[in-house]
Design a binder for this molecule. Sequence first.
Ligand code: GDP
Length: 195
Amino acid sequence: MIIKKAELVATAVKKNQYPEDDKKEIAFAGRSNVGKSSLLNLLVNRRNLARVSGSPGKTRTINFYEINEEFRIVDLPGYGYAKVSKSVTENWGEMIEGYLAGREGLLKVVQLVDIRHTPSAQDVQMYQWLRHYGFDGIVVATKADKISRNEMMKCVGEIRKTLGLSPEDKVIPVSTLKRTGYDKLLEELDRLLEE
Ligand code: GDP
């Protein structure tokens, strides 16, 4: 896939702010600071489409980017930032569940985890939610430049084990710094859109 056009078409905190048509959507979820904005910017080849956070956890909206006037990439708010209050955390849960439940065009939710760390309890919860709503696993392991090739297998194994992935679930290591892995992710998106 070549992303020729990417445009922010909606910023939402509640359902009536979502785009109304049932265009296909692929959503991205992950902990604050996992590298989601950097990856989305790399994917759409724009430096600052998704804001790279100076202050993680601040963006609390669901952002809809229309790609090639054909489908949407949906940037779900990051979770797990220690400094946000409990009410914000609860609101976050409602926001994500509100989106996951019954969104017509939603094909897949890509979950991002930091390749260096064992997924957190919240990563596991997120993954279980996705399963609950009928999405199977596709995980992007970010910041792959921070580990050696030798460590890669071990780290990916740890992610698989902790999230409880099935053998057929994919884990795609990416580095936005080295610009590696995202071609694989684009291929995967192509496959999803063709299904
Ligand atoms: P978000 O909160 O998930 O949107 O994360 P950001 O995209 O804002 O990134 C959080 C931090 O991780 C920033 O300081 C980025 O520069 C850094 N970062 C993101 N991707 C990578 C990567 O692939 N490699 C390395 N080394 N750092 C990264």
